[in-house]
Design a protein around this ligand. Structure first.
Ligand code: SF4
Length: 206
């Protein structure tokens, strides 16, 4: 039967794309199996490749701060990646690599069933798009939007590494995480669909 540990075992032995040549350690998703929030990053970096844990470098510390500041400590969310093996230094995953790795994300989504999804960066948005058969476009256009697909709400967001490269984006990211917190509170307080729609301008994709 499919489980998070069986998915992780598959990831550890996966050779579906050329990224397995450059990895030291394939990095599985981590977190709470019944998490209502799922964060999706891009790819393991050097620290993740060494430790096998997602988001443990500088980007991870920035993400942890945002999660803590908005009542979503890391232990309460599930964290995954668009690809699970580290690309060679300095390059982003290719579309073909993201596509080949996306079934792992699909399986994780099916098991966890998160209500709120935060894809961070273009690779994460692309991977989620493959799974949900939706073209979200680029994060630079999508980051102000909230999408609803079935019972899931999707909040595209810049990748923390982009904020580290361009600190001016920090407040943008912080504002979006504050909005996600407010949205979750409203949702969990059973605010009506009309109320949510008017306040947040949700884009429904069927
Ligand atoms: S990146 Fe994904 S598809 Fe490619 S080898 Fe690693 S686990 Fe397999």
């Amino acid at each position: 039967m499919l489980s998070l540990s069986s998915i992780c075992n598959e990831i550890k032995g996966c050779k579906k794309c050329d990224l397995h040549f450059s990895r030291k350690t394939a990095v599985c998703g981590v977190g709470y199996e019944s998490a209502s929030v799922m964060v999706i990053g891009e790819a393991p970096g050097s620290n993740e490749d060494q430790t096998g844990i997602p988001f443990v470098g500088r980007s991870g510390r920035l993400l942890d701060k945002m999660l803590m500041d908005t009542n979503m400590p890391r232990e309460s969310v599930y964290i995954s990646n668009a690809v699970r093996c580290r690309p060679k230094v300095g390059r982003a995953p290719k579309i073909t690599e993201i596509r080949k790795c996306s079934p792992f994300l699909k399986d994780e989504l099916n098991i966890i069933g998160p209500r709120f999804i935060i894809p961070m960066g273009n690779s994460a948005l692309k991977s989620l798009g493959f799974v949900l058969k939706t073209d979200f476009g680029r994060v630079s256009e999508a980051w102000k939007k909230i999408y609803r697909i079935n019972d899931m709400f999707i909040f595209p967001q810049f990748h923390p590494a982009a904020i580290l490269r361009n600190p001016k984006l920090f407040h943008t990211m912080k504002d979006r995480f504050d909005l996600i917190r407010n949205f979750r509170e409203d949702f969990e307080n059973n605010k009506s669909w009309d109320y949510l729609n008017e306040k947040y301008g949700i884009i429904k994709i069927s």
